[in-house]
Ligand binder design. Structure first.
Ligand SMILES: Nc1ncnc2c1ncn2[C@@H]1O[C@H](COP(=O)(O)OP(=O)(O)O)[C@@H](O)[C@H]1O
Ligand SMILES: CC(=O)N[C@@H](CCC(=O)OP(=O)(O)O)C(=O)O
Length: 300
């Protein structure tokens, strides 16, 4: 390949721009949540895997947590099983739980492991059941009832929240130089299985690992305001306002909540980024280009 001087300098500029980031992030943990929507496109899948492998090769510790909502939805539809969401969480009866476990712990998890391997990396795929990685408890969901004129706690079945993460399991995987790829399924002390929103798992793992960054890849440009404009930075106060006035709703609720919890608990920064942009992870980590919403713990 022959390059003219201008193009060669441009490439060199981009590479040198990455240098301080490579130095700062050396040995640091970065938790990346790969959403089910971004996985649907094979090219995005491939570019995501390459970004993660590159992070590992330059000395970072990427930890991948994945979703799979659309993939679960597709199998439920094939099986003629009705599904619905409350506050961004899938109502999960016993039959749905079986499908969730099959899809998240099976095809989705293994597809990510094999794309990382095709890109030259080494990954180990686990669910939260493996090694007792994710101890879960049943999630209590509050929903406003117009009939009662107040909020009520409703039962949405086998949906969990993280009770405890066993960091030892992650350290064994990371210590052997593998990239952990984690499906968001947990288990309680009695052995009951729970479906956990992947954003919540990513946020908790970032907290217990005291990660440098939590990155939540999604299918929108970031958190949007009422006019559809991207909000590049969000503070605790602003988030509260946007939830109260209904601007942040549905699947964005758990994302924003866990990003805030993570930064409050010591994670240096949390980002909600556009997973539809090829190499979104790479751009966020190694360049000055901002491609989503940065959530910080600052109060104005
Ligand atoms: N203020 C907001 N800004 C952006 N997206 C929002 C907002 N409020 C609700 N959403 C919805 O949240 C969705 C992202 O959540 P979700 O579908 O669960 O994504 P993922 O599969 O990536 O976890 C967006 O596609 C959008 O429909
Ligand atoms: C409780 C709950 O809602 N669990 C999610 C788990 C998968 C997930 O979070 O997938 P995405 O990140 O692709 O949305 C679900 O059943 O869809």
């Amino acid at each position: 390949m022959s390059l003219n001087r201008e193009s060669a300098l441009q490439i060199a500029r981009v590479l040198t721009e990455a240098l301080p980031y490579i130095q700062n992030f050396n040995g640091r943990t970065v938790v990346v949540k790969f959403g089910g929507n971004a996985m649907v496109d094979p090219q995005l899948h491939e570019s995501f895997a390459r970004d993660v492998v590159l992070m590992k090769l330059v000395g970072m510790n990427p930890v991948v947590v994945h979703g799979g909502g659309p993939q679960i939805g597709a199998l439920l539809e094939k099986l003629n099983i009705h599904t619905e969401f409350v506050n961004g969480m899938r109502v999960t009866d016993a039959q749905t739980m079986d499908v969730v476990e099959m899809v998240l712990g099976g095809s989705v998890n293994k597809e990510i492991v094999s794309s990382i391997s095709r890109s030259g990396g080494k990954a180990i795929g686990v669910t939260g059941k493996d090694g007792g990685l994710i101890r879960a408890r049943k999630l209590k969901v509050n929903r406003y009832s117009p009939e009662l004129g107040a909020s009520e706690i409703i039962d949405i079945g086998h949906v969990g929240e993280v009770d405890k993460i066993d960091v030892g399991v992650l350290n064994v995987i990371l210590g052997s130089d593998f990239i952990p790829v984690i499906a968001p399924i947990g288990v309680d002390a009695e052995g009951n299985t729970y479906n956990i929103n992947a954003d919540l798992v990513a946020g908790k793992i970032a907290q217990v690992m005291q990660a440098e960054k939590l990155m939540l890849l999604t299918n929108v440009a970031g958190v949007l305001d009422g006019e559809g404009r991207i909000l590049t930075g969000l503070t605790t106060e602003r988030v509260d306002e946007l939830i109260a006035d209904g601007t942040i709703s549905g699947g964005m609720l758990p994302k924003v909540a866990c990003a805030l919890d993570a930064v409050k608990a010591g994670v240096s920064s949390a980002h909600i980024i556009d997973g539809r942009v090829p190499h979104a992870v790479l751009l966020e980590i190694f360049t000055d280009v901002g491609i989503g919403t940065l959530i910080s713990n600052r109060r104005n």
